[in-house]
Design a protein around this ligand. Structure first.
Ligand SMILES: [Zn+2]
Length: 284
């Protein structure tokens, strides 16, 4: 049995252009003010999770957005910024639970669910996955678990399953290019998570060594290949310099290992997966 990747799209988000990109040297408070005062809308972007079949079992990378984001009480009423800055397009049948069921998959039988980070549009499917082994990087959980601070940073911990306690990924010293540590996911070393912080503390990406190509599932380390190549970071993170450092590391890794790079919110991700398009990083 070979390793293969499929995409599970859980709706689309329309957000403010200033959320997708802002200069890294702009102070964080000013970047946030720009988002709040931005009155224009960007094109809707897909919210993509990934199902990886591996001889040791099925692995889910991210859990997508919940169809309940459209419910009036999904986001905390005291934090109106979610609805002021984003619009949600998702139907009941696009939730991760329904889509796994349609594939005949029982969440409890997944080998692992790796969550790149606990923002609402990556953790929204957690209530559908109770009983599955969930893994995150500890720094991410610690940064977003507080209901008030988490909401400021784009997470909705009150929507996580009751008593939610993920297992923390354990780093080892196996390096890949500029990434000095990695988190083994399968025992054969074919699937490993990498630390790609900046978008949030403890953000991780997934490196998949399949027979046909090597894939890097970036989560939100970058929103798209154009941003990655130009080393442009998003407008919502609280550590833009670290986010840019991560982009440079991803580019360096892509120079050392031919990589098909698949960001969670890039509309071209399905095409790149299908055509196994190797990313060729440019030098700035
Ligand atoms: Zn995010």
């Amino acid at each position: 049995m070979s390793i293969s990747i499929s995409i599970i799209q859980t709706g689309k988000i329309q957000c403010r252009p200033s959320m997708l990109q802002q200069p890294a040297d702009r102070p964080v408070w000013l970047r946030r003010l720009r988002v709040l005062s931005d009155r224009s809308w960007a094109e809707p972007i897909p919210v993509q999770a990934f199902l990886i079949s591996h001889p040791e079992g099925n692995i889910l990378f991210d859990t997508g957005m919940s169809p309940h984001t459209k419910d009036s009480n999904y986001f905390p009423s005291w934090m109106p910024t979610f609805r002021l800055t984003s619009r949600f397009e998702i139907t009941e049948s696009q939730g991760i639970g329904v889509q796994l069921q349609a594939k005949g998959l029982d969440p409890k039988e997944l080998k692992a669910v790796i969550v790149s980070h606990l923002h609402y549009d990556h953790s929204g499917g957690l209530p559908d996955l109770v009983g599955a082994p969930i893994f995150v990087v500890e720094d991410d959980y610690e940064a977003l678990k507080g209901h008030v601070h988490g909401a400021f940073e784009g997470a909705t911990p009150e929507q996580w399953p009751k008593d939610f306690m993920p297992t923390f990924l354990k780093a080892d010293d196996v390096s890949f290019g500029p990434f000095e540590k990695s988190y083994p996911v399968t025992s054969d070393g074919k699937i490993v998570a990498l630390q790609t912080p900046g978008h949030v503390p403890g953000h991780c990406s997934l490196l998949v060594f399949a027979e046909d190509a090597t894939y890097l599932l970036t989560g939100d380390a970058t929103y798209g290949l154009d941003y990655l190549d130009k080393e442009l970071t998003d407008g919502v993170n609280d550590n833009p310099m670290q986010a840019v450092e991560t982009l440079r590391k991803i580019k360096e890794l892509a120079r050392q290992i031919p990589l098909v790079v698949l960001p969670a919110h890039d509309k071209d991700t399905p095409k790149r997966l299908l055509e196994k398009t190797v990313y060729k990083p440019s030098i700035l």
